[in-house]
Design a protein around this ligand. Structure first.
Ligand SMILES: Nc1ncnc2c1ncn2[C@@H]1O[C@H](COP(=O)(O)OP(=O)(O)OP(=O)(O)O)[C@@H](O)[C@H]1O
Length: 304
């Protein structure tokens, strides 16, 4: 079978804004059909990377390829196959929602077979679409942003914090749309601060910090490699008490229950000490991505 190659290829990408470094030496490859998360604290370089990727910024050095093309030189080939939700949506305020979608479809250079269905599912009514975008609420603009990104059913969708401003019901619809896109073999790059969202929707994630790539891992790997959450309940009513190893694994107490985060290779050690106490109940589970993520946020960035 023909190998479509990576949908996104970012090689040694560096972007400077004058003396400020946006990103430095980023390498990321996203395979066709992946739902890929892009995480990092404020100012880490996510938007810079994405703007280079979709051709809105020129890299200072390094290269990016989208669906096998340079995003600027290959714009005509890429536009009909790419959906993009920018982090800061800017529409012409005097145009109606319907005109806006039509204008953006013309720029995409592709028909919009999914427009009506997406408007309906995201709750943009005909009356909404007849109003000018200047009158839209933030959430309505965000919905319009999603409709325009998906209306031509593109092979590749790049989303820069797409759920900002969406209410929980609409967010659910968005997750359904993502799951459907994944099932249909579409490629998705999702930049987000919402960790449960990434945990739920993405297979692999890249984490950037201070303009550098910290790690690229699968969500499962990231969770496995990071802390285990140990929960203990004590049989007596004494409540808080000194625990062995509290300096290494500081406990959080709720009445008679303690919760500690322990690195995987120290769990057996921790349990040996803890089980000498009158423990009534004990569970050990993988920590969520949020703990793994915070850990990586704090870990030092290696300079090469
Ligand atoms: N137009 C610009 N001019 C100068 N510096 C910029 C510009 N845009 C971004 N930067 C700088 O580049 C770095 C990366 O910013 P970027 O917006 O890519 O981060 P981000 O990860 O998207 O952050 P956030 O999560 O806050 O949206 C920051 O230090 C930022 O100040």
């Amino acid at each position: 079978m023909h190998d479509p190659g990576p949908a996104i290829e970012i090689r040694s990408l560096t972007k400077r804004y004058g003396r400020t470094t946006g990103v430095e030496d980023i390498d990321i490859s996203v395979g066709t059909g992946e739902v890929f998360g892009f995480l990092g604290p404020n100012g880490a370089g996510k938007t810079t990377t994405i703007r280079c990727l979709v051709g809105l910024l020129r890299p200072t050095s390094g290269s990016v390829r989208l669906l096998g093309h340079d995003p600027v030189d290959g714009h005509r080939q890429v536009a009909p196959r790419l959906g993009y939700v920018p982090g800061e949506l800017r529409f012409y305020p005097e145009l109606t929602g319907a005109r806006t979608l039509g204008l953006l479809a013309a720029l995409q250079g592709a028909p919009s077979p999914r427009r009506a269905e997406l408007c309906e599912r995201l709750g943009l009514t005909a009356a909404d679409l007849a109003r000018t975008v200047g009158e839209y609420s933030r959430g309505m603009k965000q919905k319009l942003g999603l409709v325009q990104a998906l209306q031509h059913d593109p092979e590749l969708v790049v989303l820069d914090e797409p759920t900002e401003g969406l209410d929980p019901l609409v967010q659910e619809t968005f997750y359904e749309l993502l799951a459907e896109a994944a099932a249909a073999g579409r490629t998705v790059l999702l930049s987000s601060h919402v960790l449960p969202e990434v945990q739920r929707t993405c297979g692999r994630v890249a984490i950037v910090r201070q303009g550098r790539l910290v790690t690229v891992q699968s969500v499962a790997e990231l969770r496995r490699a990071r802390a285990r959450r140990v929960r203990l309940a004590f049989a007596d009513g004494q409540g808080e008490r000194p625990l062995p190893g509290a300096d290494r694994w500081p406990p959080r107490w709720t009445g008679n229950r303690a919760e500690l985060l322990v690195p995987p290779d120290e769990v057996v050690d921790a349990l040996r000490g803890l089980l000498a106490l009158p423990v009534a109940d004990l569970t050990v589970e993988e920590a969520g991505l949020d703990e793994a993520f915070l850990d990586l946020y704090r870990s030092p960035v290696e300079k090469t």
